[in-house]
Ligand binder design. Structure first.
Ligand SMILES: Cc1ncc(COP(=O)(O)O)c(C=O)c1O
Ligand SMILES: [Zn+2]
Length: 400
């Protein structure tokens, strides 16, 4: 489809070209996910000096014709911060945090939401729907508001961070809860979009989400003036690892870089179906009752598992697990040694560093996927206000 615009939708399983991503972003023939392949000429010299809000400065590499008006909140362009003190603690010299918590709604989801809501607008869709552990709901709600569309989100009734739910309500979304976890929420949303064509599916199965999210790779390349040797990130539904890998592959194919990073996916030990498949070498199997304090990655049946295992395999990367204790310890250290407050899921890649045994000089980028302000309940430490009885009690607080 849309070869005239220089891109097409292709099934990752059977290679068939699809006419449309509707209704559920899967191949009509074999049920696998679709991906977008760009077939247009890209002018490499101008790719990194494009103009436009947020991800749209890379418009040349996005599957839209020039006359399409973007729905943007100026997402992306997040800082790549050197984390020297944390790095020293895990034996690294060149560790960076891509602080995606600084996106408009506080998570990495915003890049892909901009592209997919723009797509929805070109299709004339009125209602956008997603399943979410919280951040997708918040992001969808904001971009639907900006685009003038209805937002409907389906979440696990229990366990979603109150800050994220609060965002979804504030931006005007209708919020529905399922008894169960994210996997049941996503199954509900699949049912809905297959039965009622007024709803457009906005989870990261939607290949237009992946197109926006791939821009993170372009930004990292730009910020380092080369590709890092490793990108380490939390994996839940497995869209982001697939997207960032796609971005790096595209700039390699354009000759912008000649090396690409190894992609390292990190899961919580109690919600680790991808890591299990990776380390056992056995076929991917969903996990029934995913459990972890990191609610954003409490997912047992990641829908993009095949793309993610592809990204890990092709890049020579790995999938690893970390415990909840390791996640909370990394979260505290990031805040207290680096001034970087992330949510629990986003601390997972940092927690993995001490067990990955990466070369000391390697350049390593961890994706800090979500802002810690969304979930202050998972701080892990005591929040004790001490009595300010007199100034001596305060003066003594810093020791001798
Ligand atoms: C903060 C955060 N980190 C990581 C993830 C996992 O991303 P993905 O589902 O693309 O693997 C999510 C997904 O909700 C998230 O909200
Ligand atoms: Zn197919």
């Amino acid at each position: 489809m849309n070869n005239s615009e220089g891109w097409e939708l292709v099934c990752i399983g059977c290679g068939t070209t699809a006419e449309t991503e509707l209704p559920d972003s899967t191949c009509r023939k074999c049920g696998n996910l679709l991906e977008i392949r760009l077939s247009r000429e890209i002018d490499v010299r101008s790719l990194f000096v494009g103009e436009g809000p947020g991800i749209w400065r890379f418009r040349q590499a996005l599957p839209f014709s020039p006359d399409v008006e973007p729905v943007s909140l100026e997402e992306g362009g997040t800082p790549l911060v050197r984390a020297e003190r944390f790095a020293a603690g895990v034996g690294l010299q060149n560790l960076y945090a891509k602080n995606d918590g600084q996106n408009p709604t506080g998570s990495f989801k915003d890049r892909g939401m901009s592209s997919a809501v723009t797509r929805a607008k070109t299709l004339g869709v009125r209602a956008l729907v997603c399943a979410s552990t919280g951040n997708t709901a918040a992001s969808l709600a904001a971009y639907a508001a900006k685009g003038g569309m209805h937002a409907v989100v389906v979440v696990p009734r229990a366990g979603v961070a109150s800050g994220k739910l609060g965002q979804a309500f504030a931006y005007g979304a209708r919020v529905f809860g399922v008894e169960g976890n994210f996997d049941q929420a996503l199954a509900t949303v699949f049912d809905l979009v297959r039965k009622d064509e007024r709803f457009y599916l906005m989870n990261s199965v939607n290949p237009f989400r992946i197109e926006g999210q791939k821009v993170a790779a372009f930004e990292i390349y730009e910020q380092l003036a080369r590709a890092p040797e490793y990108v380490v990130l939390p994996v839940g539904n497995a869209g982001n690892i697939s997207a960032i890998w796609k971005g790096f592959k595209e700039i390699r194919n354009l000759g912008v870089v000649d090396s690409v990073p190894r992609m390292i996916g990190v899961q919580a030990a109690g919600a680790a179906p991808l890591a299990a498949a990776y380390s056992s070498g056995e076929p991917f199997k969903p996990m029934k009752e995913p459990r972890t304090i990191a609610s954003a990655i409490r997912i047992g049946n990641p829908v993009s598992w095949k793309k993610a295992l592809g990204a890990i395999g092709e890049s020579g990367g790995r999938a690893v697990v970390v415990s909840d204790e390791e996640i909370m310890d990394a979260k505290r250290r990031l805040a207290q040694e680096e001034g970087l407050l992330v949510e629990a899921a986003s601390a997972a890649p940092f927690a993995a560093l001490s067990k990955l045994e990466l070369p000391r000089e390697a350049s390593v980028v961890c994706i800090a996927t979500g802002n810690g302000l969304k979930d202050l309940s998972d701080h892990g430490g005591e929040q004790k206000i001490e009595p300010a009885a007199d100034i001596d009690s305060i003066a003594n607080s810093i020791g001798g």
